[in-house]
Ligand binder design. Structure first.
Ligand code: AP5
Ligand code: MG
Length: 203
């Protein structure tokens, strides 16, 4: 399955809940790119500037990374993509790779959150670098003693660009999957457990 939604929609938050329940492999293109940046690999060096500015990393770089990843043995029993595809060419490349591998896409879940809520969610996000658990300073504060960090692209400036890119580059994949009859829209506003129950209902 695929999780789609604007920055701060709750893709990572819901992915953790889905994985805890269903045990399928979670593949976040953003997490993979951040790991590459941290390790200083060639891929990370290419991606860093785009990510800091809130721009999309070029399709040619990201498509290869994901096609390689979904061929790994831990994807055999099912996997969930988070943050990929996010352009029409990425969706088409994924479709071709899945067809070649004989894998059927079961669901594309679009988590809908209005733009007006995004900046507060993004600028308040913190995460635990040891466990990758996602927190929010107001909505889900980290417990005392947990040292949290903030993402480099979680600034007002970068999130404005990320939102604009979401609307111009990513929303065209919605009619693509709607046409295939596998798109499920879920309201992403409200308590994260309520959002999780909505996702469970549609998948
Ligand atoms: P990526 O890491 O995918 O970032 P994103 O899509 O902008 O999404 P986020 O991770 O910011 O948000 P989320 O939906 O996971 O929300 P979360 O659960 O954390 O990509 C980063 C960058 O990498 C891109 O800008 C691009 O440069 C590059 N990239 C990645 N994939 C790419 C691709 N395919 N092609 C090209 N470039 C690519 O929640 C956010 C906050 O809200 C948290 O604090 C959380 O606690 C809180 N929250 C969650 N749910 C709720 C709720 N229901 N109510 C209140 N608060 C909530
Ligand atoms: Mg995320």
């Amino acid at each position: 399955m695929i999780l789609v939604g604007p920055p701060g929609a709750g893709k990572g938050t819901q992915a953790a809940k889905l994985v805890a329940k269903h045990r399928f492999t979670h593949i976040s293109s953003g997490d993979m790119l951040r790991a590459a940046v941290a390790e200083g690999t060639a891929l990370g060096k290419q991606a860093d500037e785009f990510m800091k500015a809130g721009k999309l990393v070029p399709d040619g770089v990201v498509i290869g990374m994901i096609v390689e990843r979904i061929a790994k043995p831990d994807c055999k029993e099912g996997f969930m993509l988070d943050g990929f595809p996010r352009t029409r060419p990425q969706a088409e490349a994924l479709g071709a790779a899945l067809e070649k591998a004989g894998v059927k896409l079961d669901a594309v879940v679009l988590i809908e959150v209005p733009d007006s809520l995004i900046v507060e969610r993004i600028t308040g996000r913190r995460s635990d670098p040891k466990t990758n658990k996602i927190y929010h300073v107001k909505f889900d504060p980290p417990p005392a003693g947990v040292d949290v960090v903030q993402r480099k692209d979680d600034t007002v400036e970068a999130v404005t660009t990320r939102l604009a890119k979401y609307h111009s580059e990513t929303t065209p994949i919605v009619p693509f999957y709607e046409g295939a009859g596998i798109l499920q829209r879920v309201d992403g506003v409200g308590d994260p457990d309520a959002v999780f129950a909505r996702i469970e209902k549609v998948i």
